[in-house]
Design a protein around this ligand. Structure first.
Ligand SMILES: [Zn+2]
Length: 397
């Protein structure tokens, strides 16, 4: 039987499981959106009634990994830095699923005026209706934060899908130039909301090219009782000196985020893959590193006057490309996976996500020989089969 997008039960046979730890050959029974059973190939015998409603998918020894968690996605489309025509359109469902991404955190960036939290939430809910796991951050680059209710506190306390504040910009000419007090005030709100609700409760910080780098975060940690986990700086691989600062911050207890943006030979940043290699080689705690795509976001380049000279758009496919790069350089898959799976699940407090395990959500990706997504399953539903999308977004042809 072939993969049916609406099967009650799915038996995945002959998977080579990376949980991320290498578990070897396994069969998995999926049902009710979760992994119900995992064991030696051929060892599960289902009673007739159950066997009749079970669809069997033979993965033929392909590597099976947890669905990727992309913690920084402009789901509404970002951009807008060089006129209204540069507003990027929303990212359709299959752009994520075909790239092995099963969970996203959506956010607003530079443009938190023409776009707002209502549009962000509507897009998150639309992606959920289409089968993706989706959450978001309240706010955007600027202060006061763009919120749906009368403040960040009530957004985080009462809107289930909003799990933190971000991407709040620092060390960037596009930021609100937040003061230490303003950063501390917002970080404390995120932290307390996290305690109240069990959500991530973090401030996801956009780092610009500014020479001040992470100085504001260091001052915030030195001058308050806030735990380092509350600060989650991203784009820290955009400059080498910033990356070195971020390593120190990770050693001090924060989780740092690398962006999988394209890096040219003359750029002063590291690719995400190079960042992961350097991070792990430095001996910094392996669990305090995440990688995100910035999909849908504009990747502009500015001149000295702050005018855009050229721009690109972040791609969801950049995460799998980064993993492929890591594997090519000899890194074992089990070592390469955590920044894309278990680490974001832990930081973002996404229960049941990030690992292949019994009782966890059935968010799974089978890789083909080239490292591309062959089969993608989200909450037990097949989205990609044989490398082709079997489910598409509402307006995708
Ligand atoms: Zn950003």
């Amino acid at each position: 039987m072939t993969a049916d997008a609406h099967s009650t039960l799915i038996l995945l046979r002959h998977a080579d499981v990376y949980a991320p730890a290498a578990l070897g050959a396994r069969d998995l029974l999926l049902g009710g959106g979760r992994v119900l059973w995992m064991g030696a190939p051929g060892s599960l015998s289902l009673p007739g009634a159950l066997a009749a409603v079970t669809c069997s998918v033979d993965l033929a020894g392909r590597r099976l990994i947890p669905g990727l968690i992309d913690g920084h996605v402009h789901v509404t489309g970002g951009g807008g830095e060089a006129g209204f025509r540069t507003r990027v359109p929303p990212v359709p469902l299959s752009r994520f699923t075909s790239a092995g991404i099963t969970s996203v955190v959506g956010l607003l960036g530079t443009d938190d005026v023409a776009r707002g939290p209502a549009e962000l939430l509507a897009t998150i809910y639309a992606l959920r209706e289409e089968g993706l796991n989706a959450w978001g951050y309240t706010g955007g680059y600027h202060l006061p934060p763009a919120t749906l209710t009368d403040g960040v506190q009530s957004d985080l306390a009462f809107i289930e899908a909003l799990i933190g504040i971000g991407e709040l910009a620092i060390s960037d000419h596009r930021s609100s130039q937040p003061t230490l007090e303003e950063l501390l005030r917002n970080a404390s709100i995120a932290h307390v909301a996290g305690l109240m609700t069990g959500k991530a409760g973090i401030v996801h910080l956009h780092l610009g090219d500014g020479a001040r780098g992470l100085e504001l975060v260091r001052r915030a940690l030195a001058g308050s009782e806030l735990p380092p986990r509350v600060f989650h700086p991203t784009h820290v691989n955009r400059r080498r000196a910033l990356f070195d600062e971020a390593l120190d911050l990770a050693r001090a207890g924060s989780t740092i985020d690398l962006t999988a943006f394209p890096v040219g030979p003359d750029d002063e940043g590291y690719t995400a893959a190079e960042g992961v290699r350097r991070y792990l080689a430095s001996g910094a705690p392996p669990e305090r590193l995440t990688v995100s795509s910035d999909a849908g976001g504009c990747l502009p380049c500015f001149d000295a006057d702050g005018r855009v000279c050229h721009m690109d758009v972040g791609s969801a496919g950049a995460l799998l490309e980064t993993i492929r790069d890591l594997l090519h350089s000899g890194m074992p898959l089990a070592v390469a996976l955590p920044p894309f799976t278990t680490n974001p699940a832990r930081l973002l407090r996404l229960t049941g996500k990030g690992s292949v395990a019994v009782g966890f959500d059935a968010d799974l990706v089978a890789l083909d020989e080239t490292g591309a997504a062959h089969t993608v399953i989200i909450k037990g539903e097949v989205h990609i089969a044989d490398g082709q999308a079997v489910r598409r977004g509402t307006f995708e042809s």
